[in-house]
Design a protein around this ligand. Sequence first.
Ligand code: SAH
Length: 350
Amino acid sequence: MSRDITALIDKLELQHTLSLEEYAALVQGRTPDAMRDIAARAQHIRRDVYGTAVYVRGLIEFTNLCKNNCLYCGIRRSNHHCDRYRLTTDEILACCASGYELGFRTFVLQGGEDGYWSDEILCRLVMQIRTLYPDCAITLSVGERSRESYQRLYEAGASRYLLRHETADKAHYEKLHPAEMSFDNRMRCLQDLKEIGYQVGCGFMVGSPWQTPETLAEDLKFIEEFSPDMCGIGPFIPHKDTPLGDHPAGTLDETLWLLSIIRLMLPHVLLPATTALGTIHPKGREMGILAGANVVMPNLSPVSVRKKYELYDNKICTGDEAAECRACLAGRMKSIGYELTTDRGDVRRN
Ligand code: SAH
């Protein structure tokens, strides 16, 4: 392992900040030895803050209708092969009920940007969940909305919001999205969410088309400065019915490397070992935890719709009931010396 890379890892661990040039050098400095070294440090830091508890979030993919046309995404509006669905309020509440029964204390409502869910209708749903499960956290992941909308949803009882920035490089963002979407609006949303008081998650895909060490350095700098409570990163995986369907997937090693870098940068961040990571390697999520991640997000959606929420090809866990997903993940975590925890898992800042 080169001395330069060890010096950069030391500096990041001690100071939690690097320059853009240093981040780019670190991104490019990955070797098997350096991966082992940074993962050991990341695990150590994560254990100091969160112990060996792995937080679970029950993911409810409640609609795959979407007005957007992100070039990488399988549920983009121009994908006419996508079989569209929208869960009813009762179906969503049934997912929460079975999740609660299984010990989940965080519900993540994720979906495409489906115009049916006006502020009024979505606020009503959030309030219903809030009333039925006062001890649970409600996380929303429904894309770009107005500040006023975010404010209303917060007041209705949502306290966390996931909105990946996708890439912090504006020119790169414009290659991954159609002209009608705006990098500046995405960033505005993230600022608004934070100012309103949400626990906010940003993030990006590893190995997305046209990503470079320099764009990744910008991602890392953005994450350092924005200091999110959560950060979702997982490999880009092509979806055959999208314009980027012929591009190669991101790699396991690069994703693990970046997870460890983010743990060193933000010791308190909630960092999921994502389903995409579990899709590119059978033990991807375990390896993600061992690289410094501390969250898993099993699926609570009804099995009948699972396959339809296909952001990318070959997504795992589309055939299992929620109880099976939870038991499977509990076993996977136990096999590496960690345990699933049922508490709300709020971010620990001190
Ligand atoms: N519409 C919502 C949430 C749904 S998409 C939103 O915009 O936030 C959730 C995340 O899935 C996206 O932010 C993106 O980073 C990821 N994703 C989409 N297509 C993907 C692909 N082909 N491979 C890997 N991740 C993908």
